[in-house]
Design a protein around this ligand. Structure first.
Ligand code: FDA
Length: 568
């Protein structure tokens, strides 16, 4: 029987939330509740299947949020996917386990956080149950350096049971070599450049996806001090009325399975882990946000936190298709990661200068696009850090995934990793279930399209370089009719703006940064101006990482759990 008062109430039983729930409830004297809008999906084959990516899209476990019309990309809206299930987005994602460039995590220091790659590494390892590849898997491209992996954590990380054989990886490796891209023996080392066959959040012995619930909840479900409220939709936090100078959240109001409104009381803390496209809305609905947003909707300002929902960043993905003549079976992930010099060659230095000279204009445009909420000076500081990451640290900026073709078709998908454009997300109504205004401002700033064009050209080159060109015989999307072989930037520009989709890597809507830079939480994940509200999910990540988000989120949540424990 569930109670109504807990030490900790966590909103969102997703990728990050279940880590916090697990670690806090290790102490049997501590009570923990999780409020999760979705259901459990243990036996849902759209979730578990090794090759089922995409099957859950548009089903009831996909929130499928809709963006505002994207004015820099044909005025079309975008579907922004996110998991609605115990396990959150880890139940529907691509399972890629890929961390970040070490310099990207180190850059968080420059925005006021005591976090570094070296200090996060123990948490990457703590979360990880790394399954060493078998000899057969090594021959199919699996490769690693043991010093970067943990083998005692809850999260299974491995190569899929049925990998892609038939020399697919060595064919790709030879192709990348011909393009001067080296083999990378372990791209989870903090140094990502090169070609690699990446591991996945996958349980090899059971041959199923490893999602956050399988890793962090089901094996611990019998803990009497941990309760999960499924099919329960959180509406807002409640505040203690004890007139303390710093507001203290003492509970969460939610709509339960039957549609009835209920409240759970929190005696210590409320942790928001509802994802980048929800946690900032819950803050606003609870009175934490920019007064200009809240007052219009009749919400009393409890904490003036002007940048809640700002700094939204995502990437843009494009799929291209090929005729192919060889059939490959099995699951597997094959990525080439390229840096600025790889894609811009001798023009890199000049291009870097041009972009540097544009940063002021980028800051002005971004501040204007936020309706004056963010300010030019601050944005300029953030953009300079990003420019350094791209052109001085040379983090990888292009991700190109080559999927194993069937006998008739092949798919190459790619995206630029470090776009500058920033948008925002805000509530449009005081009704918590009403849709929000979500605007990533895709392609607002011209670096972003240039990065995407350079990535597109590189991807096309893969298909035209031997030995890959012996397998992918001709391009069907976009095709040389639509984007000619020696297409101008303009031709690529117009195709890419029409063909892209969101990469679903939304971050920074409750950014972990100093207050002066527009942060919403400090480096303990504590929301500025509150006594006991934390945000632990992708909302806090201040800059895009070149990896995929989940591995870093697991590590960050492990770290946050330790911080929460230490603060009591
Ligand atoms: P997450 O979304 O996991 O959790 C939020 C939880 O809160 C959800 O369970 C949700 O239902 C719940 N919730 C929301 N509002 C609520 C409310 N009001 N009340 C109660 N509960 C509420 N990353 C990667 O590393 N490798 C990959 O291959 C991919 N591929 C990929 C594909 C697709 C299609 C997507 C959408 C995303 C990816 N990603 C990815 C990104 C990655 O999976 C994602 O960033 C993280 O899982 C997000 O974790 P969070 O903890 O931030 O939120």
């Amino acid at each position: 029987v569930s109670r109504s008062r807990y030490d900790y109430v966590i909103v969102g039983g997703g990728t990050s939330g279940l880590v916090i729930a697990n670690r806090l409830s290790e102490d049997p004297t501590i009570s923990v509740a999780v409020i999760e809008a979705g259901d459990q999906v243990f036996n849902n084959t759209n979730v578990t299947s090794a090759t089922g990516y995409g099957k859950a899209f548009g089903t009831q476990i996909d929130w499928a949020y809709e963006s505002e019309a994207q004015v820099y990309a044909g005025n079309k809206t975008q579907i922004l996917r996110a998991g609605k299930a115990l396990g959150g987005t880890s139940t529907i994602n691509g399972m890629t386990y890929m961390r970040a460039e070490s310099s990207q995590i180190d850059s968080w220091k420059k925005v006021g956080n005591n976090v570094s790659w070296d200090s996060l590494m123990p948490y990457y390892k703590k979360s990880e149950y790394f399954e060493y590849p078998t000899g057969a898997q090594v021959s199919m491209g699996a490769s690693y350096s043991p010093e970067f992996h943990g083998t005692e954590g809850p999260l299974s990380v491995s190569w899929p049971t049925e990998m892609v054989g038939n020399n697919f990886s060595s064919t790709l490796n030879a192709t990348f070599k011909a393009m001067d891209l080296p083999w990378n023996g372990d791209a989870n080392s903090g140094s990502m450049r090169g070609y690699n066959v990446f591991p996945k959040t996958f349980d090899r012995s059971l041959d199923v996806r490893e999602d956050a619930a399988r890793a962090y909840y089901y094996p611990f479900a019998t803990r009497p001090n941990l309760d999960i409220f499924l099919n329960s939709f959180a509406q807002r936090l409640t505040w203690s009325d004890d007139n303390s100078s710093i507001p203290f959240a003492n509970g969460v109001v939610f709509t339960d399975k039957s549609g009835a409104e209920q409240t759970l009381l929190a005696t210590r803390e409320v942790v928001l882990s509802a994802g980048s496209l929800r946690s900032p809305l819950l803050l606003e609905l609870s009175g934490i946000g920019n007064p200009s947003v809240l007052e219009n909707l009749g919400i009393e300002v409890k904490v003036n936190s002007p940048f809640v929902g700002e700094n939204l960043q995502d990437q843009t993905t494009v799929d291209t298709n090929y005729n192919a003549n060889t059939n490959f079976t099995g699951a597997g992930g094959f990525i080439g990661y390229f840096n600025a010099t790889d894609v811009w060659g001798n023009n890199t230095a000049a291009f870097s200068k041009t972009i540097k000279a544009s940063l002021e204009q980028y800051a002005n445009r971004t501040a204007d696009a936020s309706g004056g909420i963010t300010d030019r000076e601050t944005l300029l500081k953030l953009f300079k850090i990003q420019h350094e990451l791209i052109f001085e640290d040379e983090v990888v900026i292009s991700e190109i995934i080559v999927n194993p073709p069937s006998a008739s078709s092949g798919l190459i998908e790619y995206w630029g990793l470090m776009p500058f454009s920033r948008g925002n997300i805000h509530i449009k109504s005081a009704n918590s279930s009403a849709p929000a205004a979500i605007n990533p401002n895709f392609f607002m700033l011209d670096y972003d399209i240039k990065q995407q064009i350079a990535t597109a050209r590189t991807a096309r080159k893969i298909a035209m370089t031997a030995p890959m060109s012996n397998i992918l015989t001709s391009e069907t999307t976009p095709s040389f009719d639509v984007v000619p072989l020696n297409a101008t930037d303009e031709a690529w520009d117009s195709w890419l703006r029409s063909a892209y989709r969101s990469n679903y890597h939304y971050i920074s809507t409750a950014a972990m940064m100093s207050k002066e830079l527009g942060g919403v939480v400090d480096d303990n994940h504590l929301v500025y101006g509150t006594a006991n509200v934390r945000v632990v999910d992708a909302s806090v990540i201040p800059f895009q990482v070149s990896g995929h988000l989940a591995s870093t989120l697991y590590a960050l949540a492990e770290r946050a759990a330790d911080l929460i424990k230490a603060s009591h």
